[in-house]
Design a protein around this ligand. Sequence first.
Ligand code: FAD
Ligand code: FMN
Length: 588
Amino acid sequence: MAATQPDDFENPLPTHQFEEINRVIADLTQPQIAWLSGYLAATGGLPLASEPEINNTATAPALTILYGSQTGNAHGLAASLSQLAAARGINANLISMADYKPRQLEKETLVLFIVSTQGEGEPPESAHELLRHLNSARAHRLEQLNYAVFGLGDSSYTHFCKTAKEFDKRLTQLGATSVNPRVDADIDYQPVAEQWNQQVLEQAERFLEKQPHSVVSLDTARKLRQQEYTRGTPYGAQLLESRRITSEQSTHEVHHLTLEVDPDSFQYQPGDAVGVWFENDRLLVERILGLLNIDGAEKIAGETISELLIRDYELTQLHPNVVKSWAEKGGNKALQNIVADKNKLQAFLYGRQLIDLILEYTLQLSSAALIELLHPLQPRIYSIASSQSEYADELHLTLSVVRYGTKRGTRTGGASGFMGERLTEGDQLRIYPVSKPSFHLPPDHNQAVIMIGSGTGIAPFRAFLQQREAVNATGRNWLIFGNRHFKHDFLYQLEWQKYHRSGLLNRVDLAFSRDQEEKLYVQDRLLDQAGEVYEWLESGAALYVCGSQQMGNSINDTLVRIIDELGSDGLDYLERLRSEKRYQRDLY
Ligand SMILES: Cc1cc2nc3c(=O)[nH]c(=O)nc-3n(C[C@H](O)[C@H](O)[C@H](O)COP(=O)(O)OP(=O)(O)OC[C@H]3O[C@@H](n4cnc5c(N)ncnc54)[C@H](O)[C@@H]3O)c2cc1C
Ligand SMILES: Cc1cc2nc3c(=O)[nH]c(=O)nc-3n(C[C@H](O)[C@H](O)[C@H](O)COP(=O)(O)O)c2cc1C
């Protein structure tokens, strides 16, 4: 069989390559050709990053890697673990907890759980349903299951790695066997993860029959290609435009950012977010070094301390361990008392940066000692405010610049200050996609959606509506938005009005908290419309909430109250909605 040259589009191949392909195809059987088309479709014709051998052998996945992630870290770790497994010839099934049927655990041999903790010790949205199932009386015994848990967290939170601990405890109670001690990893999780990966893969090899050679299913091949841009290998997106969208009188400076992306290699869904790497303010670094009498040109491992502080270390968020080390080194009694009391330490951290520690509790350090004490810089997460159905080669963000006053002067957030104050049009921003499978629109375009957001929590709903318009979704749309003042803080006002006029947005309810004597919030608007909310939910609507953790908690309480009053058990009702993916939240 030979390939014929189609006449409806131009053949981009030089003659010798075209003839070569024809020669190869001529010797192939029909099933071989079918497989080759699948392979090319999955890989886009490009070699895979780790170049494992592709084989369509229909082997059942021997190892399952389950991740529960909110801001992409657990997802990134799980994806690289799956690549390492493939390189060792282990056929691994990489899957988000959101897409995993809990009863499937009864059929598994070996599962690796990689899960973060969110909120105030809560599971990430994607892990909620699986954990709930395991904790319920419906969970069956799991004696056949071997497992290991890797927890991601931040020790500055009271409930450090709580979700990982809960998974571990419950799996043991259900009779499953832990093959490796659980790891509770802090923000600097990469080195611990590398060690854990080696250990669990060695365990996996012991349990699983080793494949004769590296076997990666086509599905896995597709997933591996999607990991092109990650936290470790970010994409350089050019800033096309930055425009302030709150008035000059607003207490909050919010910008709409437009970034350019290559639609072939950088793809996202409405509801997804991006991780953003940033640089600290050079002036802040100079001030810190000046106060510590350190020369910015001093070199450590070939780089100046000044460059290291700008690029690699956290200066604007204070980690408890930094304060603990500071108290130890300085011997200051007052600071030691604060460190000794968990609650006092929590309160101390909020609204303080490294510079405040230096100003309040003088300590002289060498440049090497300073670097040893600091924590590595972490990327920040931002919801995407656009849909690629409307802006294929763009990515929009809604950025609120964190700025607050202290007794010692005004302080600015690291990432938001970088993007809002120092990044100029034409500059590149290092970003990577953060998939949010637990915050995607319903696949059924006829389904109604209720979107509740305050402040920058509006961002993903802009993407939702662009998408609903682009696909001609027929389901009803209801937006409930809150902020401080109608006149100053009505983000994207004209766009909502346009959607309302066109009929895409069936309802818009607004809560401007400071436009009247008594404060008014989105949860109050929800309560005003209790009957209608219930009617929408009863007729199948999906409910989305985005914004601050505090707002999310209030909305949840209000929903329970509404549903209780209208005849059903509120808590049970919301649990059912969650399990049907009809109650999804993205809180920060
Ligand atoms: C899933 C997710 C989605 C997000 N989406 C968005 C989004 O769309 N838009 C957006 O703008 N942000 C969003 N964020 C928040 C964002 O990730 C950053 O947390 C935020 O921009 C602050 O980062 P920063 O580096 O500027 O500040 P940091 O350098 O991280 O400083 C934060 C610290 O400043 C202090 N602080 C902050 N405010 C005050 C205050 N009022 N008074 C006293 N101290 C204060 C606190 O100590 C706080 O820990 C999202 C977060 C998550 C997790
Ligand atoms: C809003 C928010 C709340 C968090 N709450 C906790 C917590 O209660 N306990 C904890 O150990 N870590 C907490 N963390 C830290 C995350 O678990 C940590 O950043 C982790 O690396 C995130 O992994 P993920 O991106 O896979 O979700 C929180 C992070 C955020 C953004």
